[in-house]
Write a protein that binds this ligand. Structure first.
Ligand code: AMP
Ligand code: MG
Length: 335
């Protein structure tokens, strides 16, 4: 099954093509970078409308695939920013109609999970999904992915981005903060906000900016923020592994590019006799290939929608989406 996937939930417009072994045949992405401040949904959507047609051509050329060789066109239905989602969905609908290919809606978070699972070769890992807008610890159970823990306020990536902009930098903050943190030496006390299986970041954001206003060096702040925030994620991941008796954990989302986070989760997992897997960076960040792959899984189970029933769902939750490809439905399967 060869599927083309369109991703446009936030700052990244991307088109990917995958085959039935999760091989990425073609992938073309273009990220909206605001000149200053954070992401403005309408401006990001305008960017996506402009670049997506070219990305479709690039992905097809890279894959050496013709439209009539595609089995389906998939798109990210949610969660995400409404205007951005609509830009990608509009392009996907047009392609579906023009090429007469089935249209398959995909949950963006489930796509992160499924590409990590496919690339890892792990059958049933726990997943730490750490991205710009989302931060969730996820495990499969009875017909869908269950959110065991998540952020109570902002996503870890949004936290890093806001912090970096507050420290005088530009979007995206995560990679720049990672470089800055390597120069830090002093570990400053910051609010460590774990509530059962959930985390929160806005207290740390306020506290860090207050320390900066008092003249604390930026590298030490970056180092302390990474240490504290990633320890919080590692703690809830460890608790989930223990409760669910998992033998593996896979990472996904843009923040999973971070070496420090990868190292901390790996050390924790190995200490428990579990394995850890993180996809290559190009497939951790938002990308069309994961949408194509998850769309293929759904389409293989007969999933497609007519254009008039393909509305985007900016608040679509991971645990609302059925994943029939994971297991045959049996007694007790959630509906
Ligand atoms: P996504 O929403 O999954 O595309 O991920 C984008 C988010 O990942 C942004 O908030 C980035 O700041 C963050 N990010 C990307 N690379 C890194 C990194 N090396 N360390 C921490 N955060 C990162
Ligand atoms: Mg994402």
């Amino acid at each position: 099954m060869v599927v083309l996937g369109v991703e446009s939930t936030a700052h990244t417009a991307s088109v990917g093509i995958t085959d039935d072994r999760a091989q990425v045949l073609g992938l073309a992405s273009d990220m909206y970078r605001p000149p200053s401040g954070g992401i403005h949904p309408r401006e990001a959507a305008n960017h996506h409308v402009e670049v997506l047609p070219g990305l479709v051509e690039k992905a097809l050329a890279a894959a050496s695939v013709r439209p009539n060789e595609l089995d389906a066109v998939a798109f990210a239905q949610g969660p995400g920013l409404g205007p951005c989602l609509r830009a990608g969905a509009t392009v996907a609908r047009m392609l579906s109609l023009a090429w007469r290919r089935p249209l398959v809606p995909v949950n963006h978070c489930v796509a992160h999970v499924e590409i990590a699972r496919a690339l890892s070769g792990l059958d049933d890992p726990l997943l730490l999904y750490a991205s710009g807008g989302n931060t969730q610890v996820i495990a499969y159970g009875r017909g869908r992915y269950r959110v065991l823990g998540e952020t109570l306020d902002i996503g870890i990536g949004n936290f890093l981005d806001k912090l970096w902009i507050g420290l005088g930098g530009t979007f995206p903050g995560g990679p720049a903060l990672e470089a800055e943190a390597r120069l830090g030496t002093e570990l400053l006390p910051l609010p460590y906000s774990v509530h059962g299986m959930d985390v929160a970041f806005s207290g740390m954001l306020t506290a860090t900016l207050a320390l900066r206003a008092k003249g604390v060096a930026r590298p030490d702040l970056a180092y302390s923020v990474e240490t504290t925030a990633y320890a919080m994620l590692t703690e809830i991941t460890e608790r989930a592994i223990a409760h669910r008796r998992k033998s593996s954990v896979a990472l996904g989302g843009g923040v999973a590019c971070n070496e420090r986070l990868r190292g901390m989760v790996r050390t924790m997992a190995e200490g428990r006799g579990a394995t850890m897997f993180a996809p290559p960076r190009s497939l951790c960040v938002d990308n069309g290939a994961m949408i194509a792959w998850a769309g293929g899984l759904a389409h293989a189970r007969g999933r497609s929608v007519p254009v008039e029933r393909s509305a985007v769902e900016p608040r679509q939750r991971t645990d609302r989406v059925l994943t029939p490809w994971r297991e045959p439905p049996g007694p007790g399967t959630a509906r």
